[in-house]
Design a binder for this molecule. Structure first.
Ligand SMILES: [Zn+2]
Length: 426
């Protein structure tokens, strides 16, 4: 009797699990995916501690577990890049006070290595106007033992200064740009002296002595990868609906901090993996491909490489949807390329109205701001969708799994699946 009960019990739970598996999407699983991708093991899915490779392997394992098909017998597509990294020491001290890496200062991605100390030199921003006196005064300074401090918004203007001024600039030991928000990025080269970005509130206007140490390493021909899987269509397998999202992020600085990248773009990866499960159960007539790109943060490199080396002809893509920064949505969504593909956009708008999913669906034109871009340039119809409102964290240490609301995740999932249904089953 006991045995019989046990069997019934197991049967009941198996059925329950199966029912769950076939449901639209599994919010718990999506949250877990975001948490996994943001874990310390992934180290910000960048180029230190093999973060990119561990993340790519994680995604490939999920594809394998779902049973997704491979192109050319592999889920991976390798490519290489040059990338500036900060593998070890990073320190900044102002008048004896050590600043907190990540929260109070970060490094400029184009920095070289260096260490030392020197007097603060507050740059007169008049040199960026054509003010002759300010420029002459600057040229007369002895900067060899100084650290130049300038306003972050003047940073891009330095390279455009007359050569004599640029040369003078580079006499200094190091640079500090003052910022009202710290926003990290990546570079493929080293151009500057040791350069730090410091929060305005952490840099006293009477600062005198600066001490710094920075180890930078330009890694050349680093092998990274895209991860790709697909489901074959039931009738028109040569035509593809393509979902894309980048899995890489900014990695870490030193051994101290890493950028988890929850919204950017663990959110997109989790959604792609949910769509993968959904289309396993609900096969459209078209094939559905899932492209997980590497090196987006390093300059859209993974998607660029893919469009130059596609695994099936780009002309077979009926529509492509790129998801990047999709973990919020309280203020709606933005559709890049909406004005380019207005017919498809009106379908999206209509679905949103019928189902009351988002408070607004904002239109935007073409933009080179994520992985859809090189596809659009090659004539592939595509949208890039990102969510609005909620958290403000972006390219900083606060973009963490715990902080991600995922408030409209199911709404976006519904918008996408209904869109594909209306668009691709006909
Ligand atoms: Zn990003």
């Amino acid at each position: 009797m006991k045995k019989y009960r046990e069997i019934l019990f197991i049967l009941f739970y198996t059925l329950l699990l199966l029912a769950n598996d076939a449901s639209a999407q599994d919010m718990q699983r999506a949250k877990q995916t975001v948490a996994d991708l943001c874990s310390p093991q992934m180290y910000g899915r960048g180029y230190l501690a093999n973060g990119d490779k561990i993340a790519a392997k994680y995604i490939a394992n999920r594809l394998e577990k779902a049973g997704a098909k491979k192109f050319n017998d592999s889920y991976f597509q390798n490519f290489s890049l040059n990338i500036n990294t900060f593998p070890d020491k990073v320190q900044l001290e102002i008048d004896g006070k050590k600043l907190d890496l990540g929260a109070e200062f970060i490094v400029s991605p184009i920095s070289t290595s260096g260490s030392g100390s020197g007097q603060a030199y507050f740059l007169d921003s008049l040199i960026f106007t054509e003010n002759v006196e300010a420029r002459q005064a600057f040229l007369k300074e002895d900067l060899t033992n100084r650290i130049i401090i300038f306003n972050g918004k003047d940073y891009p203007k330095i390279a455009d200064l007359p050569t004599s001024l640029v040369r003078k600039f580079y006499e200094a030991k190091a640079f500090i740009s003052i910022e009202n928000k710290l926003t990290m990025s990546l570079a493929n080269t080293q151009l500057s002296k040791p350069t730090f970005s410091v929060l305005e509130s952490k840099l006293p206007s009477n600062a005198k002595k600066i001490k710094f140490a920075l180890e930078a390493k330009l890694v050349e021909n680093y092998i990274t990868q895209n991860v790709i899987g697909y489901w074959e269509g039931t009738a028109k397998a040569d035509s593809f609906i393509v979902f894309t999202a980048h899995y890489d992020h900014l990695g870490g600085i030193g051994k101290k901090i890493y950028f988890a990248g929850a919204n950017d773009n663990a959110s997109g990866i989790a959604l792609l993996l949910e769509l993968l499960e959904y289309y396993k159960q609900n096969r459209p007539t078209y094939s559905v491909a899932f492209l997980f790109f590497g090196a987006e943060e390093a300059g859209l490199l993974g998607s660029k490489f893919y469009t130059e080396n596609p695994l099936f002809p780009l002309s077979q893509i009926k529509f492509l949807i790129n998801l990047d920064l999709v973990g919020t949505g309280i203020e709606g969504i933005t559709i890049v390329n909406a004005t380019v593909f207005s017919q498809e956009f009106s379908i999206l708008e209509q679905i949103n109205q019928e189902k009351n999913l988002f408070s607004q669906v904002r239109k935007r034109g073409k933009a080179a701001n994520s992985d859809h871009y090189f596809f659009t340039e090659k004539g592939v119809k595509s949208f890039f969708i990102y969510t609005l409102g909620g958290i403000q964290a972006y390219h900083d240490i606060y973009d963490k799994a715990e902080a991600l609301p995922l408030s409209h995740y199911e709404n976006l999932f519904q918008l996408l699946t209904v869109f594909v249904e209306r668009f691709a089953f006909k």
